[in-house]
Design a protein around this ligand. Structure first.
Ligand SMILES: Cc1ncc(COP(=O)(O)O)c(C=O)c1O
Length: 391
């Protein structure tokens, strides 16, 4: 194995968590179940694969490694397909119901019978790629207009993938957080509806629905993995993914597992929040390779869950990204070959390095009985970047 995992410097903060006490605070069983019921009826729906990596587990001295591969989700390349499109549908349902003076069932919007009315509604969001693609796809499916704001570093290939779904793409000359503010400002000025994956004061319903949609992964997992994991290593951007996954895992499996959030050191706002005890923004001085995780401001809504459900926050250097992608792409032994994009491998990079560094290994209680779960949150969402990193 690449010696970089032994020598890389990782930051780690352990907090006194209260597993279980945040799991139902923001997202209830009913929120997650309704999202599953709806999304599992969408055309093209299929549960994603849960891989096992026995050779890598043996190499690292842990019991089992499970990797839920979201690269195939609805043909959009990432788990984000579950969130933005579902939140869009909920906004359309609310607005169309209010205009029609009756509760419009989601099925009517889903099957296109409200497309004409939906065409008068514009949905907007900022994105570093994947969320915007999900929203553009949802808007396209349901007949709504869509505007997606991207920051200056979003790759052309990611921008094109969004435009191909019919959305208007607006490039903002700033970082991700600036694109969030711009989308919000223009939405307010024009009567458009923001469908954001992050919350702000007075704005919680869409990000809550986005997170409810993410729960689909764990409802599938509960069928695929009868035994609880002992560890979840999950990558963090604004924290919505980690919050939804840890909350729904607790609802299914109870308090047995330890949740570890892993971020790029260039954008470690959740680690900073854990250290200060409250949602804390960090400046982005340089964009991380892990484009989906390049967020300097945590989602306050997600933090309400994370502060109770997550016991460890860590950050990794950029140097671990490509070696981890290659390890998945060209596995040892009989492990399956997996296409894991830059942002998808962050949790695994943190776990591998922790296994190779005795102090972290013991701090995180990683041992031969550990059953470690990863959410492989994207495939090759930018095929050129993927190919160059894996080469
Ligand atoms: C592939 C991928 N993984 C993980 C994340 C992190 O999700 P969140 O911002 O909800 O923490 C993102 C966010 O865009 C992403 O695109």
């Amino acid at each position: 194995m690449n010696p970089i995992f032994e020598t890389a410097t990782l930051a780690h903060t352990a907090v006194t968590s209260q597993p279980g006490s945040g799991a139902n605070s923001v997202l209830t069983d009913a929120d997650f179940s309704s999202a599953f019921e709806e999304i599992s009826q969408w055309p093209g729906y299929a549960p994603t694969t849960l891989h096992q990596l026995p050779t890598l587990s043996r190499t690292l001295g842990v019991g089992q490694i499970f990797y839920k591969d979201e690269g195939t989700r609805f043909g959009l390349g990432s788990f984000k397909a579950l969130g933005g499109a579902y939140a869009a549908l909920k906004i359309l349902q609310r607005e169309l119901s209010s205009a029609a003076g009756r509760t419009v069932p989601m099925a009517e919007i889903r099957n296109g019978s409200m497309a004409k009315q939906a065409g008068g509604i514009t949905l907007v969001s900022a994105t570093d790629g994947n969320h915007g693609r999900s929203l553009a796809w949802g808007a396209n499916n349901f007949g709504a207009q869509c505007r997606i704001y991207i920051h200056r570093e979003v790759s052309t290939s990611r921008a094109n993938a969004i435009a191909e779904l019919g959305a208007e793409v607006i490039r903002v000359n700033g970082d991700y957080d600036m694109s969030v503010h711009e989308a919000r400002r223009e939405a307010n000025e024009n009567g458009w509806f923001a469908v954001s994956d992050t919350s702000w004061e007075g704005y919680t319903e869409p990000p809550k629905n986005v997170m409810s949609g993410y729960g689909v992964m764990i409802d599938e997992l509960a069928q695929q993995m009868p035994q609880a994991p002992t560890h979840l290593f999950i990558q963090g951007g604004v924290g919505g993914l980690a919050a939804a996954v840890s909350a729904r895992l607790r609802q299914h499996y109870g308090n047995a597992f330890r949740a570890v959030v892993v971020e790029p050191e260039l954008a470690a706002c959740l680690l900073a929040s854990a250290s200060s005890g409250a949602p804390t923004a960090v400046p982005i001085h340089e964009e991380t390779l892990m484009a989906g995780l390049s967020c300097g401001e945590p989602s306050a809504l997600a933090w309400q869950i994370l502060q109770h459900e997550v016991s460890d926050f860590m950050s990794i250097p950029e140097s671990l990204v490509a070696p981890t992608m290659r390890l998945l792409a060209k596995p040892v032994g009989n492990d399956p070959a997996i296409v894991g994009g830059e942002s998808a491998v962050c949790g695994m990079a943190g776990m591998i390095a922790s296994c190779r560094q005795p102090t972290l290994r013991s701090a995180l209680n990683l041992n031969a009985d550990s059953k470690v779960l990863f959410i492989g949150s994207e495939g090759a969402t930018d095929p050129d970047i993927y190919a160059s990193l894996v080469a």
